[in-house]
Design a protein around this ligand. Structure first.
Ligand code: A3D
Length: 320
């Protein structure tokens, strides 16, 4: 059986890391596409030359031609520009919307059966626009943010409790921005919810509030340190987890920016929710119960995304 084909649209910091991880994990053959001449070719060759030492079997190709992504099983989109210090994700909207148009058309023409994972910011609006431009089925187009935001939350919690990150589960929902919603009640250490851990004296409400805020600011913290771009190792790992869930039909329960129609009281809208990812793409939206406070935070986050989608429609009337 032929290996799966993974197309990476954008061969920058995240795109290159995605290619490296996909090769190390032998997820399939890899095509790196970018408009920057030489970058995808150079990264593809460099990673291929690590193959003999790592012992992986995967073909890598760099290209400026969409024809080379033909028949891809998975497309991961990072094309566009990242944040610089002082910029919000929303500042990227105008530039990256144009990029989503060309990427959406390229995928629709050459890889219409692919499972598409968007990473380009501002995430929730860009995944919506990419779906509109590509015309692919909604369940085959989603955005990576929740896995990363939850991983950041899990990391900070594991430091607070002095336990393995593997034993900390967490959910971060809503839009990928300042209004994201880390759900404390649904986050646990080996099944023990965080509020119970406060009662058990493992932490305090104040410390937990500070961790929630650090999670919300997680992207900005790294932008501030790097100064020249945004996070790329953990974002790439998070998207690979989603791609692997699809390629291996793992039915993983992962938070991602998915098309929600009916659940959460939403009508046909992309926002971060827990999903089940398997061979069908986003196979199910997990419609969890929220209390009043959680619902209010989620609604605020949804409103922020709605504002971005409205701005997209104003910039490109073909989306209206
Ligand atoms: P970067 O290293 O700049 O790579 C972007 C690549 O896109 C560059 O190599 C560009 O040449 C290429 N590009 C630009 N326009 C096009 C086009 N029309 N077609 C094909 N390629 C193009 O950025 P990065 O890899 O660090 O980040 C990529 C995106 O991910 C940015 O928008 C970030 O804001 C976003 N990001 C999202 C998250 C989430 O959690 C959602 C996290 C981190 C970064």
């Amino acid at each position: 059986m032929a290996r799966p084909k993974i197309a990476l649209i954008g061969a920058g910091q995240i795109g290159g890391t995605l290619a490296h991880l996909a090769a190390l994990k032998e997820l399939g053959d890899i095509v790196l596409f970018d408009i920057a001449e030489g970058t995808p070719e150079g990264k593809a060759l460099d990673i291929a030359e690590s193959g003999p030492s790592e012992g992986f079997d995967a073909a890598l190709k760099g290209t400026q031609s969409y024809a080379d992504i033909a028949g891809a099983d998975v497309c991961i989109v990072t094309a566009g520009v990242p944040r610089k210090p002082g910029m919000s994700r929303d500042d990227l909207l105008g530039i990256n919307l144009k990029v989503m148009k060309s990427v959406g058309e390229g995928i629709a023409t050459h890889a219409p059966d692919a499972f598409v994972i968007c990473i380009t910011n501002p995430l929730d609006a860009m995944v919506w626009a990419l779906r509109e431009f590509s015309g692919l089925p909604q369940e085959k187009v989603c955005g990576m943010a929740g896995v990363l935001d939850s991983a950041r939350f899990r990391h900070f919690l594991s430091l607070e409790f002095g336990v393995s990150m593997r034993d900390v589960t967490a959910f971060v929902l809503g839009g990928h921005g300042d209004t994201m919603v880390p759900l404390v009640r649904y986050s646990t250490v080996a099944g023990i919810p965080l509020p119970d851990l406060i009662d058990m004296g493992w932490t305090t409400q104040e410390k937990l509030d500070a961790i929630v805020q650090r999670t919300r600011d997680g992207g900005a913290e790294i932008v501030g340190l790097l100064k020249t771009g945004s996070a790329f190792y953990a974002p790439a790992t998070s998207a690979i987890e989603m791609a692997e869930a699809y390629l291996k039909d793992q039915k993983r329960v992962l938070p991602c920016a998915a098309y929600v129609d009916g659940a959460y009281g939403l009508k046909g809208f992309y926002v971060g929710v827990p999903t089940v990812i398997g061979a069908g793409g986003v196979e199910r939206i997990v419609d969890i119960r929220m209390n009043k406070d959680e619902q209010a935070m989620f609604d605020k986050s949804v409103d922020a995304v709605k504002g971005l989608v409205k701005a997209c429609k104003e910039i490109d009337p073909s989306l209206a």
